[in-house]
Structure formats: C-alpha cells, structure tokens
Write a protein that binds this ligand. Sequence first.
Ligand SMILES: Nc1ncnc2c1ncn2[C@@H]1O[C@H](COP(=O)(O)OP(=O)(O)OP(=O)(O)O)[C@@H](O)[C@H]1O
Ligand SMILES: [Mg+2]
Length: 372
Amino acid sequence: MAEVTEQQIVEALSRIIDPDRKADIVSLGMVSGLAVKNGHVAFAIEVDAQRGPHLEPLRKAAEKAVHDLPGVLSVSAVLTAERNTQGGPKGAPQGGHGHGHQAEQPLLPSVKAIVAIASGKGGVGKSTTATNIAMALSRMGLKVGLFDADIFGPSMPRMLGITGEPVSPDGQTMMPMENYGVKCMSMGFLVPEDSPIIWRGPMVMGALEQLLRDVHWGELDVMIIDMPPGTGDTQLTMTQRVPLTGAVIVSTPQDIALLDATKGLNMFRKVDVPVLGIIENMSYYICPKCGDEAHIFGHGGAKAEAARLSADFLGEVPLDISIRQTADAGEPIVISKPNSPHAKVYMEIAAKIWDKVQVLQSSRKGPRIVME
Ligand SMILES: Nc1ncnc2c1ncn2[C@@H]1O[C@H](COP(=O)(O)OP(=O)(O)OP(=O)(O)O)[C@@H](O)[C@H]1O
Ligand SMILES: [Mg+2]
C-alpha cells in the first residue's frame, strides 16, 4: 500500500472543526509537528490550557480522520497547551518532592527517549516484557537503559542476572549496573531482597527521582521504564515527573476483556502522555510437546478491543514456559534464544515501538502547519 502523504493528512485534518471557534483546525493554525514514518503518524493540536479537557472529542475526531486514510497504521494526536520543543510532556508539576531547586531541572537530560511499560493491574508480565523489549532495542544497535520503577518488588536484578552493588565513584552518584549491553538501575541493587520497604508515597517519589538523577546514565537513545503495578498516585506522579515519550500497556487477554487495560490507558491520557499501544501477553498457549497453539481465551478479541479503546495493537506474546524460565534465570529470551519465534515477536514489537518513538520525536520538533 502506498504510504500516506503529509498533504493527505492535512486535507483530512482541515475537515475537523473547532467547536468553539467555528473554523477548521488547520486554518486556525492549531496543528503542529506533523510527522509520518512507515505509516505511523503523529501531530499535536495546540489549544488553550483551560480548553484542554473539553476538547478530547476534537482530538479523537482528528485522530480518526487520519486513521481512516489508506496506508495509515497508527495515529498519535496530542493536545498541547503550548509549543513544546524540549522533548518532554508539558504540565510536569513544579517541585513538591523535597528536592528544593533541583526539582525544577529536567530529569534524564542525556536520554533521548523514555518509554514506560505499564499495566492496569499486577502480574501481567510487565517486567518480563520490559526486559525483553530493552534487549531487543539493544540488539537493534541502540544505546539502551532499563529502569526498574518498582521500589517494593524490584525484578531487574533477577531478570538481568545481575548481583552486587553499584559503584559510587564520588560517594554521591552511582554508576548503573550493566548486562547484555543494557544499563540498568533498580532498588533491588541497593536493598537486600528480603528486607521489606515500608515507605509512604512522597518517599517513594523521592527515591525514584534520586535513582534517576544520581545515576550516570550517559547518553542513551532510549530508556525503558518498568512501572510498578497499579494506577495509583505514585504511578501518576511518576508519569508526570519523568519526561516520557510514550507508554506501552501490557495486558492479558482476560484483562483486556475486563477492561483493566483501560485503567492503564486512562492514567497516561490524563497527563497527555501518548500511548504507543497495547501488547497482549500470555496471549495463547503453545504446547511444548506438539507445538500446537491453543487460544484459551479466544483470538482477535484484543485487537478489536484495542481499536475500540483507540489504541494501537503492538503484538501478542504467547504463554510459554521458556519465556518464564529464561526470565527467571536472568537470561532474557531475546538474548538467550535469539532465533526463537518468541524472540522474533519481541523484536517485531520493539521495532514498532521504535518507529513510533521516532515519529513522536520528530513531531515535537516539527513546525506549525500553516495554510498557504
Ligand atoms: N509470556 C509469558 N509466558 C510465560 N510466563 C510469563 C510470560 N510473561 C510473564 N511470565 C511469567 O509471569 C510471572 C509474572 O511476570 P512479571 O513479573 O513480568 O509480571 P509483572 O506485571 O511485572 O508483575 P508485577 O505487577 O508484580 O510487577 C513471572 O513469573 C514471569 O516469568
Ligand atoms: Mg514487575
């Protein structure tokens, strides 16, 4: 299929009318940062901050108008209150976490893109997915970091097979740990596994900020963040404080059916972080003896449900014992069995994520679209 052109997109958008100003959004100069890559489209619609919440239907209509064009695989439209060329989402809260003046400095300035892996509920395979995607992006030749934001149940030391403590050259900052070429930081490197951490919300945020700020990450193309389970205040604050490029929702087929995925989606949409799509994990079962696929929870439902939620479907990962065993052994399947079908699934998902990240990055730098 021929790739969609910018002109076709602008034409489609010029049929979208701003309900308050009674003119189309292109003539009004509200569209900016249009970017297209391999059928993935991103753009921003600039609006006054106070009009934001009530213009969600306008955003959806614009997204749908472009999605309906032939050759379009995904569309990400964000409402922005002001032009943002810094690469981060707007509206990050100012301070309030006990860091004084430090809180105003952006977090992770040397990291080009940051992608959160989240879910509506726990135990769906976020950490396994985050690890394998980080490995896949690294295999694509990118400089990758993996940040474990799960303070209470860190997984990364086990999943990356890393033991020991991070080195601190000056007694104040830390070097990240590293395995398979991926840099990693986790509370699990600093606190013994069996010691329970009982902290309250603000302390958790302080600890997370410190782990992000006081680690020598160096220049990274992309950082993957393994989010803690749930959609509570800590998760919401984290999505506001960290300049996320986008978020990926991991869900099992049952959760998609039960709409648990929606909770995760809504958390990011609330703070205008683009949702890059949904990954269905433990999607189907492959019999280890005969290789037969069993679609225990039906097939195709997740894709349809993702479309209904206006989210892109990034792919499905089967329920397979080798994915669990390699994760538990600290040898993620993308690295330990690089030619297995499962590794290929993760590689394909990672490539889609990277395409979308690049589109969003060029969208942020892109000019405002004006009528000739
Ligand atoms: N596709 C899969 N096939 C088989 N086992 C899997 C798969 N994905 C995850 N698992 C296993 O399921 C368990 C939970 O996975 P994981 O720890 O990644 O979930 P999580 O969403 O990060 O959990 P939490 O919410 O507690 O952080 C682990 O034992 C993991 O090895
Ligand atoms: Mg986890």
